[in-house]
Design a protein around this ligand. Structure first.
Ligand code: CMP
Length: 139
């Protein structure tokens, strides 16, 4: 079953370099509605919890350090076929392989500092959205 929501974060490099506005404009112009948004800085420990699925990977510690190096902008987004359409909009994890016109092609600097995250399934979209926004009023 597909749902109409996904979860994203604009990552520290893109926020620090002032690309948040351009990225959010691309997201809205692609037809996504912002359901929840905030600006936060994770601790390395909290970043480790978010990326726990990658804890055995060689890049895990560097990823946690990077993701806690500055503010990020997590968001819950809504659109038909949200997860798949959003992954198309952001492009491949490695910007060298991202298609022209995608957010990562435009703004990512490396496979780690790749500007933006997008959930890979409806199930993870719900888990990841709740990680940042559960406990708030309805969203
Ligand atoms: P994201 O889509 O947020 O999910 C996991 C993140 O790990 C990924 O984006 C990259 O930022 C990072 N990542 C994935 N593969 C590698 C890799 N081979 N080397 C470094 N970082 C990686």
């Amino acid at each position: 079953m597909t749902t109409n929501r996904t979860f994203t974060m604009i990552k520290p490099d893109a926020v620090a370099e002032g690309h948040s506005g351009s990225i959010i404009k691309m997201i809205e112009e692609a037809g996504f509605r912002i359901i929840a948004v905030k600006k936060v800085q994770l601790t390395a420990e909290r970043a480790g919890q978010f990326y726990a699925v990658h804890r055995e990977r060689p890049f895990y510690q560097a990823l946690c350090d990077y993701m806690s190096s500055g503010p990020i902008i997590p968001m819950i987004l809504e659109k038909d076929n949200a997860v798949a359409d959003f992954r198309k909009l952001i492009g491949a994890t490695n910007p060298a392989q991202a298609e022209e016109g995608t957010i990562r092609k435009l703004f990512a600097k490396s496979i780690e500092a790749n500007a933006i995250h997008g959930s890979d399934s409806d199930e993870n979209a719900k888990i990841e959205g709740d990680f940042f926004f559960a406990g708030l009023e309805q969203y």
